[in-house]
Design a protein around this ligand. Structure first.
Ligand code: EPZ
Length: 416
């Protein structure tokens, strides 16, 4: 098990390039199943989850030519319509092959994802939507077995906003017979990035980015080239790390227009932020002010930034309330932060964080992707050494994080 050792107390300074977005790359790779032509993807992040998704597609017969920061997929020779349990259990986003497989091949066998650290994370909305489009679905031996001669357009209402649910059904609808309307759809920028890629492949989609997406199915989709959007959660994570350490950093190859609530909360915490083109500059002097947070679907405050802000609030001048409304168990980082001296009480889906003057380095354990990021930020702030175990969680979603942080002056090293 690899660990990260961090000597805290150094303000982050300098410039860092933001990588392509994990949560855009994963659904867009699955779009490669929708055509027999080549799909060329640029600005691909070098992440464990991206490698897992690539392996999953290749075992189905997709050709994948990997270059530095890019991949060319070709679904011409897909001969296995299955996503096996051993691949799905480590990455729930594997469920995103379901819609494309049923839409193009009329059949799919996809393992149920099972739960994960942050919650049970069912896929009932994905299944309900495909059934509404005419798919016959049976759950047997832990697998979703879906069949459909040809999917039909349908009006589908999500009673809970689901990002990958919206993405799965948008891809399925792209090749369905007729018009599909997704109501109460997810508005996340990664949904829009997928829609942009699908349109470049010939799909007829409108309304992406709003809560009502209309897809008019076509017979076939053709190949295309697409550049993956910047990762807004990686961007937010580095900005919070700079704010927590009282530093001054510039992000490049990023976008500010998809980070409104995060930038607003950082400003409320006392950071000076200047965004221009594909760069965001953040300056922070002194201790942060506490910021109350309530997570909700985009464009509200993102649940994927909740843990990172918990680390910031842990050293703020005062108390803050953090409410997590998306996942039922996304406070796993709290008990680890307490080991570093944080004062946090949990009541159901609400945390009361009382800022302390300083944190003290200790041995802690990562439990999920964003909790790991929270512990890295806390380690950068804490006095002394913090050693974070099980950092494979971190490698799933942050490209070369210790190299990027070292570049910003952090004293951080990986222990084999
Ligand atoms: C996506 O997960 C992201 N993953 C998550 O990022 C992110 O936290 C989440 O959206 C919320 O923004 C990817 O895009 C690959 P949901 P997803 O379906 O789609 C419930 C990270 O850190 N639900 O929007 O799986 C579900 O239990 C990851 O990068 C159902 O009940 O999340 C949750 O409470 C973590 N039935 C809520 O909806 C369903 O069929 C939102 O889940 C689907 C979801």
């Amino acid at each position: 098990m690899q660990k990260l050792a961090i000597q805290g107390g150094t303000p982050l300074r300098g410039e860092v390039r933001i990588s392509g977005a994990k949560n855009a790359a994963l659904p867009i790779m699955c779009a490669g199943l929708l055509t027999s032509d080549e799909l060329h993807l640029d600005n691909m992040p070098d992440l464990h989850d991206v490698a897992t998704m690539r392996k999953l597609l290749v075992q189905m017969g997709v050709a994948a030519a990997v270059e530095q920061g890019a991949v060319t997929l070709c679904g011409a020779k897909v001969d296995k319509l299955e996503a096996p349990y051993d691949m799905v259990k480590t990455m729930r986003a594997a469920v995103l092959v379901l819609g494309p497989l049923v839409a193009r091949f009329g059949e799919a066998r996809v393992s149920l994802p099972g739960g994960c650290a942050i919650g049970s994370r069912p896929v009932d909305l994905h299944i309900k939507g495909l059934q509404a489009m005419g798919a016959e679905i049976h759950i047997e031996h832990g697998y979703i077995h879906a069949q459909a001669k040809r999917l039909k357009g349908a009006r589908i209402f999500f009673d809970i906003v689901s990002v990958t649910g919206t993405e799965n059904l948008m891809m399925a609808a792209a090749l369905a017979d007729g018009v599909t309307v997704l109501e109460n759809a997810a508005r996340e920028p990664e949904v829009v990035d997928l829609a942009n890629c699908l349109r470049s492949m010939g799909a007829k989609i409108s309304g992406d980015g709003t809560d009502a997406i209309t897809v008019t199915g076509v017979e076939k989709l053709h190949g295309a080239s697409h550049r993956i959007m910047p990762d807004r959660i990686e961007s937010g994570t580095f900005l919070v790390a700079a704010a927590a350490t009282g530093g001054s950093i510039t992000l490049t190859d990023t976008r500010a227009d998809i980070l409104d609530t995060v930038l607003e909360k950082l400003t409320e915490a006392g950071a000076k932020i200047h965004a221009e083109g594909d760069r965001i500059h953040l300056e922070m002097n002194g201790r942060p002010r506490p910021v109350n947070l309530r997570t909700a679907p985009y464009p509200a405050f993102p649940t994927d930034m909740q843990a990172q802000f918990m680390a910031l609030n842990a050293v703020a001048q005062g108390s803050a309330m953090v409410v997590e409304t998306i996942f039922e168990n996304r406070f796993m980082h709290v008990q680890e932060l307490r080991r570093l001296g944080a004062q946090i009480d949990i009541e159901g889906n609400t945390c009361m964080v009382r800022g302390v003057g300083h944190l003290e380095g200790a041995a802690v354990m990562a439990t999920d992707l964003r909790a790991s990021a929270c512990l890295v930020i806390a380690g950068l702030v804490a006095q002394g050494e913090t050693v974070i175990d099980r950092i494979y969680h971190l490698d799933r979603g942050y490209e070369h994080i210790e190299a990027k942080l070292s570049q910003l002056g952090a004293n951080i090293r990986r222990i084999k």
